[in-house]
Design a protein around this ligand. Structure first.
Ligand SMILES: C[S@@+](CC[C@H](N)C(=O)[O-])C[C@H]1O[C@@H](n2cnc3c(N)ncnc32)[C@H](O)[C@@H]1O
Length: 198
């Protein structure tokens, strides 16, 4: 029925939220489908909304290492840029300076960032297996990037559908406060136990 996208469009069109990303949670260990006239579903959508254009997003907190091929390409680009257009090093550092400046800028763009690359919007995370009484426990790894990038240390993370409290648990570990709502008192008890709430 496409409910996730219907929800996202209502959020933007009717309620003024800004949609930054549709993130695909790709599950390497999906449950088998119970129907046989379509592909097995192996992903869920995570919508990243903000209230304003300048909402906090701490990219440096979530950068990832480049793969070795990218590092080699970066090193080549930097070597090339430092030689300038003629391919020879300019001893004065002046004759080709506009070119060198331009190519350095180009190299920096292709070189990316010293702290790592920007994570992509497809996150491959296995589903969690919580040995308790809840069937839809979320994997802890899924909460890391949103919390690190969007909530400052000491800030507050809200999970309105907390289940067994995975989001709150990760928030606490990362030095954030949390608010969690859960309809089912049995699940709320499990959550309290997991996050050591008396
Ligand atoms: C998919 S589960 C969340 C699982 C959670 N991420 C975890 O790791 O355990 C969704 C939870 O939302 C709860 N829920 C559904 N409607 C709710 C409501 N109106 N208010 C609060 N909780 C609700 C359900 O009881 C269920 O435990």
């Amino acid at each position: 029925m496409g409910i996730p996208w219907r929800f996202a469009l209502r959020m933007t069109d009717d309620h003024g939220w800004i949609l930054r990303n549709e993130i695909i949670w790709a599950k390497p260990n999906p449950k088998p489908n119970s129907v046989f006239d379509r592909f097995n579903n192996a992903h869920e959508k995570i919508f990243f909304f903000t209230r304003s254009e300048t909402a906090r997003f701490d990219l440096d907190a979530i950068r990832e290492p480049y793969n070795p091929e990218t590092v080699a390409r970066i090193e080549r680009a930097i070597r090339q840029a430092s030689l300038g257009a003629s391919g020879k090093r300019d001893p004065s550092g002046l004759a080709e300076s506009p070119n060198i400046i331009l190519s350095n800028i180009a190299a920096r763009w292709s070189a990316g960032h010293a702290k790592g690359k920007i994570p992509v919007d497809v996150w491959t995370v296995p589903t969690a297996s919580f040995n308790g009484e809840h069937f839809a426990v979320g994997p802890e790894a899924l909460c890391l990037k949103p919390i690190l990038a969007c909530c400052p240390l000491g800030g507050v993370v809200l999970d309105p559908f907390a289940g067994t409290g995975t989001t709150a648990l990760v928030a606490a570990r990362l030095g954030r406060n949390f608010m969690a709502c859960e309809l089912n008192s049995r699940y709320a008890e499990i959550a309290n136990r997991r996050i050591n709430v008396p």
